[in-house]
Design a protein around this ligand. Structure first.
Ligand code: PCA
Length: 214
């Protein structure tokens, strides 16, 4: 099984992003000892830049998918205002940025892909993945839930693009992570509940193992 995982660079005035930390930790862990049998794991950190030009998140992701030829893509991103880890099941064909991206561009309203359906559903086996992730972090009081709203910023944009281009070649899912306590100390809780990176890493490994066993 070939799995590609992605995280994002920091954005929105923070100097780190839990999704980047998760991807780096998971790759280090896989290098020490494979997380699952016959697993080839690939990872990338995406720029928080919209559109499809070189240097954008979508352009980077498309290149990684071409290079890695994955059976599954698991994208991770930060959702600072969330109190739980969320499995995103749908992506909208809409870009409506609440803040400027790291290229300084703020899109008021535009489709991700002109002429594509207004909504695409993730094709991963969410229920089983949710159970596996919950089991991995339950003892620490960490909650994991489903979500049908990945926002209208880069996380949604990347998931939509992955789903639209998959054509059965791979499954794709997005996992949103709360910010870390260190981030919250600097910018406040933003209505969410911070989560130490270690628990996000555990949940991520459970998700990868679940998908690797399919
Ligand atoms: N979160 C943003 C984009 C990058 C990230 O980590 C989002 O939820 O769209």
């Amino acid at each position: 099984m070939r799995i590609l995982i992605s995280g994002f660079e920091p954005f929105g005035g923070s100097n780190n992003n839990p999704s980047e930390g998760v991807v780096r930790s998971v790759l280090a862990s896989q290098a020490r000892r494979p997380l699952a049998r016959e697993l080839s794991l690939f990872g990338t950190i995406l720029p928080v830049v919209g559109g499809t030009r070189p240097g954008s998140a979508r352009h980077t992701m498309r290149r990684c998918i071409t290079d890695a030829q994955p059976n599954a893509v698991i994208c991770f991103g930060e959702a600072a205002s969330r109190a739980t880890i969320c499995i995103e099941r749908v992506a909208f064909n809409e870009r409506s940025y609440r803040i400027a991206d790291n290229g300084g561009v703020r899109i008021a309203s535009a489709p991700v892909i002109r002429g594509a359906p207004s909504l695409l559903r993730s094709t991963a086996s969410h229920e089983g993945m949710l159970r596996a992730m919950r089991a991995a972090v339950r003892a620490h009081g960490v909650a994991v839930r489903m979500s049908d709203d990945a926002g209208r910023f880069l996380c949604n944009e990347v998931l939509f693009d992955c789903l639209h281009r998959a054509r059965g070649a791979y499954t794709a899912v997005f996992i949103h992570l709360p910010q870390t306590p260190a981030q919250a100390r600097v910018r406040g809780t933003l209505g969410g509940q911070p989560l130490p990176l270690a628990w996000s890493v555990r949940a991520a490994i459970a998700a990868i193992r679940w998908i690797a066993a399919r």
